[in-house]
Ligand binder design. Structure first.
Ligand SMILES: [Zn+2]
Length: 359
């Protein structure tokens, strides 16, 4: 049998001081009190009195009372069980406008008193919770919109130069050189063919040897997204609409002043678009960074050594020439080398994207 719970004298009468629905500060005070004391029934504003049958509560918030997992119920409820543990999780902060009181009650308790009023209040609470979490996302992201737009402006020329180089490089291998590079260099792994004598059992039972070709590891390409097509392309196509979307959101937020003034549709829309924009910019940046490594890591020299190796699957030459590269192969379609330019900003330093939600 659980122990009798003493409720402070001050809480045993109606504390009728709440003319308005509790705001964020008061809800925070209640949460803090429950977190620190584990006793909703001792909060200074809690009325530990049974609500009248005709009451209409407004549910303002939900709370869990801290308790070990093995304890199923911990707090007393003024609706139904005023001096013994009745509930633990999803307790309700219930404001009763007619009486001007707040009661901290069990999750479903008021349903036994007035089912209809409980359901109405619950639907309303879910809407409020949704609005609150959407607003929290908007408030987190809105101070960073301008910074994100500036990053997009910095990234677009770099990523576009990388896109162009990638398309031309892959086009040259596919078309002029007729080498299926993306297929034979998947994941950036380059192999050469090695012939080995392997034993096998002949039909008469004796053991002979035969020649077999093995693919042996030669080198790994850093920044392989440039050649194996696992990366994204069209940074500009992707980032331009994102940029204008962010600017539209920013303008609207400035216009309304307070994001609480947004209507329901806008609020939901912004709260989804802002984190998504952040993630998409990160994706383009990561991708561009990986492809930049192809130009800065010595990958071109590695490809050159591979293309000249007598046991490489295809023979070709690749070398830096001027600001770009030149490619040739024995079976290429035209006699002159294929020249591909590397735009100067292709290797410009990419900006860092601040992590949101820290600090
Ligand atoms: Zn109850």
């Amino acid at each position: 049998m659980a122990d009798y719970i003493y409720v402070p004298q001050a809480n045993l009468r109606n504390i009728a001081i709440f003319d308005e629905e509790p705001g964020a500060a008061l809800l925070q005070e209640i949460r803090q009190h429950i977190k620190q004391t584990h006793c909703p029934h001792t909060w200074r504003g809690h009325s530990h009195t049974k609500p009248p049958a005709g009451a209409f509560p407004v549910y303002c918030d939900e709370f869990d009372v801290p308790a070990p997992d093995t304890v199923p119920r911990v707090a007393p409820c003024p609706c139904c069980n005023p001096n013994y543990p009745q509930y633990k999780n999803k307790g309700k902060v219930a404001w009763f406008p007619d009486e001007r009181v707040i009661r901290l009650i069990g999750p479903q308790c008021f349903a036994a008193i007035n089912e209809g009023a409980h359901q109405t209040a619950l639907i309303d609470l879910r809407k409020k919770q949704k609005a609150r979490s959407e607003l929290a996302v908007i408030r987190l992201h809105s101070p960073r919109i301008e910074g994100l737009v500036a990053i997009i402006d910095e990234v677009v020329p770099i990523a576009s130069a990388l896109d162009t180089f990638m398309q031309e490089l892959n086009g040259a291998f596919d078309n002029e050189l007729a080498i299926p590079l993306w297929r034979i260099a998947k994941g950036g792994t380059l192999t050469i063919n090695e012939t080995r004598e392997v034993p096998y059992r002949k039909p008469d039972g004796s053991v002979g040897t035969k020649r077999q070709i093995f693919a042996v590891h030669f080198a790994d390409i850093i920044g392989q997204t440039m050649i194996d097509r696992s990366g994204l392309i069209a940074a500009e196509k992707k980032l331009k609409p994102l940029r204008s979307g962010l600017i539209a959101i920013n303008d609207r937020l400035i216009e309304v002043g307070n994001p609480e003034q947004l209507d329901e549709t806008e609020r939901k829309d912004f709260s989804e678009k802002m984190p998504r924009a952040q993630a998409q910019v990160r994706e383009v940046l990561d991708d561009a960074r990986s492809r930049q490594q192809f130009l800065t890591s010595g990958a071109i020299d590695t490809l050159a050594r591979w293309g000249q190796h007598p046991n490489a699957p295809y023979r070709f030459a690749i070398k830096r020439k001027g600001s770009g590269i030149a490619l040739t192969s024995a079976n290429q379609r035209s006699s002159s080398p294929v020249n591909i330019d590397i735009a100067s900003h292709a290797t410009k330093k990419l900006p860092d994207l601040p992590v949101i939600g820290e600090g």
